[in-house]
Design a protein around this ligand. Structure first.
Ligand code: PGA
Length: 251
């Protein structure tokens, strides 16, 4: 049985005080939820404070990005060991905004995934096609390439989480239908089976892109959708806790 995950990606939002308040509301709000995994990814500046706030709770900490070197002259970058040090268990890798605005390529994603695993951080590797690519009918080519190249040289998959986030659905309010999402999730699981055999059955594949408490019910009913990566709706306790509630009722 795959344990579901709900991960909140706060992106470039929230001061330290706002982050502490939101983390506390989430921690208190999930006290009665006994299964699943809840992860929050605050901005770097709030990681230390949020780490303290959620200590001893069932909420796990994630960073939104990292660099693939251990240390050195890389002004402005954050090393994986620093994230471990601050209490992160997870790290988002290859989010489409990183790919779009910071030109991250599959090769960078691959280096980061491997480095994260080597220091004991669990990567949440994001993949997904753009609107243009979907219209052209090359969704499978794009997502297949991102998954295979992102995982190149990774021989143990257990600690990897995949997030399928169609770029056209991120922050647009245009959520994928449950059938559209399931089709790609099953396709990804098929690739993982080719690469890792039966271990692929235990890998969590999250859906992301305009998830809200009103649309998650249908998505989470699909066989290969194991949770959600949530942006906008993770910034308010009600929205995020509502998603967790819906998933915990269904999975
Ligand atoms: P959204 O973002 O929920 O605001 O669409 C999702 C994400 O970027 O992870």
């Amino acid at each position: 049985m795959r344990e579901w995950i709900v991960a909140g990606n706060w992106k470039m939002h929230n001061t330290i005080q706002e982050s502490i308040a939101l983390a506390k509301a989430i921690k208190d709000g999930i006290a009665s939820v006994k299964k699943g995994e809840v992860i929050i990814a605050p901005p770097y500046t709030a990681l230390a404070s949020v780490s303290e706030t959620i200590k001893g709770s069932r909420v796990s900490l994630a960073a939104q990005n990292m660099f693939y070197e251990d240390k050195g002259a890389y002004t402005g970058e954050i090393a994986p060991g620093m994230l471990k040090d601050i209490g992160c268990a997870y790290v988002l890798i290859g989010h489409s905004e990183r790919r779009k605005y910071y030109h991250e390529q599959d090769n960078d994603v691959n280096l980061k995934v491997k480095k994260a695993l080597s220091v004991g951080l669990k990567p949440i590797m994001c993949v997904g096609e753009t609107d243009e690519e979907r219209v052209k009918g090359i969704t499978r080519d794009v997502v297949g390439r991102q998954v295979k190249q992102g995982l190149a040289g990774v021989d143990k998959i257990d600690n990897v989480v995949i997030a399928y986030e169609p770029v056209w659905a991120i922050g647009t309010g245009k959520v994928a239908t449950s059938a559209q999402a399931q089709e790609v999730h099953a396709f990804i699981r098929g690739i993982l089976k080719d690469l890792y055999g039966s271990a692929a059955n235990d890998i969590r594949i999250l859906y992301g892109g305009s998830v809200t408490k009103d649309n998650i019910g249908e998505l989470i009913g699909m066989e290969d959708i194991d949770g959600a990566l949530v942006g906008g709706a993770s910034l308010k306790p009600d929205g995020f806790l509502g998603i967790i509630q819906k998933i915990s009722e269904k999975k």
